[in-house]
Design a binder for this molecule. Structure first.
Ligand SMILES: Nc1ncnc2c1ncn2[C@@H]1O[C@H](COP(=O)(O)OP(=O)(O)OP(=O)(O)O)[C@@H](O)[C@H]1O
Ligand SMILES: [Mg+2]
Length: 480
């Protein structure tokens, strides 16, 4: 049985509640002012409070404020005849569970109360937050207890003790950069610099000068001499991310540094000697690039001395619970609050999903769930539909473009999520303003490359072209 407390000074409302909620499952108590309601709280111990905003005596908002001091978790629904956004915002900020406009539609009222009572009972079942992790796990920042992750940890330890070149592989968002940093952090170069270069994000013509520097006048625009990353990083560790995206010329130069520790700045002829440890990463199978002659075979073997493969999250679902715990704790630290917990069914739902964006996607989803969660715990209803929706359970999830190609930046995840919802439910439309903004952001992130931008958005290139024309985006980005 659930206990419902109604606080409202209108006898009409009290009367309708008695009529509507007269059932063996609900015990209704009524109070006709905020003061009276507060007095009743300790005795009634309601699961849910429904309260008017405007009443004689203290207002509903003030009563809510005082309820929060007594019980920070009690679910409260506010009602008012005056629909000002300000009160609604204020109410939600004070932690109201929901907000209702009077006069209310009876089926809708029943629905909301029913959902709230269900949420209240879910919250009661929430196992209070329990630290699952040791302090050291946090310091390393890599979480995982599954067998494949244990292998990764062992390799990190072995690599840290040596100076060997390493190649880290794994889908997008699996934690390649994190692993690279952990190797560095535990190596005997940890007091020397660590520099990360994303080879895919830097335009081809600039990458070589970024890595090796250039002499004054080496090319148009090179008005000054520039020191490259390899020189800046002498005695340290360089992390070459997305190494598969390098031009053959740059590949040749990298191979030479790995073999002899020497290179020349662009436009220079003076060999420069450095001592730099190289850790490389890729989310594309380099073997295939080698077979297609896009990637030098000798460089591949040189990089592949020790290979650390990070399995996709769907191959180590046992880590999901631990990761969720870790993210909850981390976000709580950022917000300086106490960590929220998760309601029944949440972990199970997350464990079923196929995680195309891997750990990064999980992190984003927990982050968003925390923003929309109304109580002390994340409930299944706070998760996006494709994770918990009937579609997912029935195995009809729309498969998104390979995350490895499409990327897992916030914009990519958001776009794919929106377009996926729209595809699954024809009633839903992505409004043009949002669509336009997504297209602009994707083009910006890909430096105007329409092929990459379309992949990022999960739409075809032809569709992207049409959008660019429809929204007259060319001028804005000055793309051709
Ligand atoms: N095992 C883990 N424990 C805790 N956090 C993790 C773990 N793996 C990944 N993350 C988090 O997920 C996010 C993505 O990780 P990271 O940037 O290292 O992935 P990546 O493999 O380099 O992805 P990409 O190929 O897209 O560059 C980061 O915020 C990282 O902190
Ligand atoms: Mg990365």
């Amino acid at each position: 049985m659930s206990k419902l407390l109604l606080i409202d000074d209108e006898t009409d409302v009290q009367y309708s509640f008695q009529r509507i909620f007269d059932s063996p499952e609900i015990e209704l108590t009524t109070a006709s002012s905020g003061e009276e309601g507060l007095k009743l709280l300790p005795r009634v111990k309601p699961d849910l409070v429904v309260m008017d905003v405007r009443m004689g005596g203290i207002t509903g908002l003030e009563t809510l404020r005082r309820i929060r001091q007594i019980d920070s978790k009690l679910l409260v629904i506010l009602m008012t005849a005056y629909g000002t956004t300000q009160t609604a915002i204020e109410a939600m900020k004070l932690g109201a569970y929901d907000y209702l406009l009077k006069p209310f539609d009876v089926p809708k009222l029943k629905d909301i109360i029913h959902n709230a009572l269900k949420a209240a009972s879910d919250m009661r079942q929430v196992v209070s937050y329990q630290p699952l992790l040791e302090k050291e796990d946090y310091e390393l920042g890599i979480v995982g207890r599954s067998e494949p992750m244990q292998q990764v940890f062992k390799l990190i330890g072995q690599l840290a003790a040596s100076d060997a070149t390493a190649l880290i592989t794994g889908e997008s968002g699996t934690g390649k950069e994190l692993v690279a940093r952990a190797i560095y952090h535990h190596s005997n170069r940890s007091q020397q610099p660590f520099l990360a270069v994303n080879c895919a994000a830097i335009p081809e013509q600039l990458l070589e000068s970024e890595l090796f520097g250039h002499e004054r006048g080496a090319f148009t625009g090179a008005t000054n001499q520039r020191i490259g990353k390899f020189e800046q990083c002498n005695h340290g560790t360089i992390f070459l991310d997305e190494i598969g995206d390098m031009t053959p010329a740059t590949q040749t130069k990298i191979l030479r540094v790995l073999q002899s520790g020497t290179f020349e700045r662009v436009g220079g002829n003076q060999p420069i000697q450095v001592d730099v440890r190289v850790i490389a990463a890729t989310n594309r199978p380099l073997e295939q690039a080698v077979a297609k002659r896009q990637f030098r075979e000798d460089l591949f073997y040189r990089l592949n001395v020790v290979r650390v493969h990070i399995p996709a999250l769907r191959e180590r679902r046992a880590d999901i619970r631990l990761l969720v715990n870790y993210f909850l704790k981390n976000f709580a630290k950022e917000q300086q609050g106490s960590p929220k917990s998760v309601g029944p069914g949440v972990i199970k739902g997350l464990e079923k999903y196929h995680w195309p964006g891997n750990v990064r996607e999980l992190e984003n989803i927990i982050h968003r769930a925390l923003v929309v969660a109304k109580g002390d715990a994340i409930l299944v209803s706070d998760l996006p539909a494709e994770i918990t929706g009937e579609g997912a359970a029935a195995g009809t999830t729309v498969h998104l473009p390979d995350a490895g190609e499409a990327g897992t930046s916030d914009i990519a995840l958001l776009a794919r999520q929106l377009f996926q919802w729209a595809r699954r439910d024809p009633k839903l439309k992505v409004i043009p303003e949002v669509e336009r903004e997504l297209v602009i952001q994707a083009l910006k992130e890909t430096n105007g490359n329409q092929v990459h931008a379309a992949k990022m958005l999960g739409i075809t290139r032809a569709t992207l072209r049409k959008r660019v024309e429809k929204f007259a985006i060319q001028r804005e980005l000055s793309i051709k």
